[in-house]
Design a protein around this ligand. Sequence first.
Ligand SMILES: *Cc1c(COP(=O)(O)O)cnc(C)c1O
Length: 224
Amino acid sequence: MPVRDNLATIRDNIEAACRRTGRDPASVRIIAVTKYVSVERAKEALAAGVVDLGENRDDGLLQKYEAIGREATWHFIGTLQSRKVKNIIDKVDYIHSLDRLSLAREIEKRATKRIKCFVQVNVSGEETKHGLSKEEVIPFVEQLRDFTKIEVVGLMTMAPYTDDEQLLRQCFRQLKQLQQHVQALHIANVRCTELSMGMSNDYVIAVEEGATFLRLGTSLVGEE
Ligand SMILES: *Cc1c(COP(=O)(O)O)cnc(C)c1O
């Protein structure tokens, strides 16, 4: 399927979800996750009107960045090893996987401009998933107060892979509640206005529950 057609369907679904819940569709941003697809397919997404591209590995991001450059807004969405930070830091606009102090320190050391970060939270508590536990989030962001290169724009989670709607809803709601607790701290560089949640199989529910950034791979650009 052309990206353009997939995007039209996704936008329709987002609009319907927004209508049901009284949200403005303009408050939902679509990140095309291009980790499984070619540079050509990533360019097709840009031509279709997507501005945001997401990659989960440093080599994947570098390869796409080399071909596309500043035409896109770049999101790093995968687990980030501290020693890889220097490879990507001057290319990315957003990092969705901030989950430890050592990583925050490395970003602080390497960045030449402010990096918009999402704190990744393992809401569901699945052992295979990365991210801080819900309890760790507040103490963690308190420690970021004096960082000059890190701006915590929001929280990110990966929901369990399931079609149990209630379970998904619960997961997204908990992230939103946590966001409200973080906002109540009133930390200058931790405004935490965004929620990065919702992937191909659960994005409609995520929008209903307040997502502002969707990370869409399979449903938007496919997987080959
Ligand atoms: C691959 C990936 C996605 C996109 O997954 P789809 O189910 O293909 O939409 C979103 N977020 C992260 C962190 C990913 O690694």
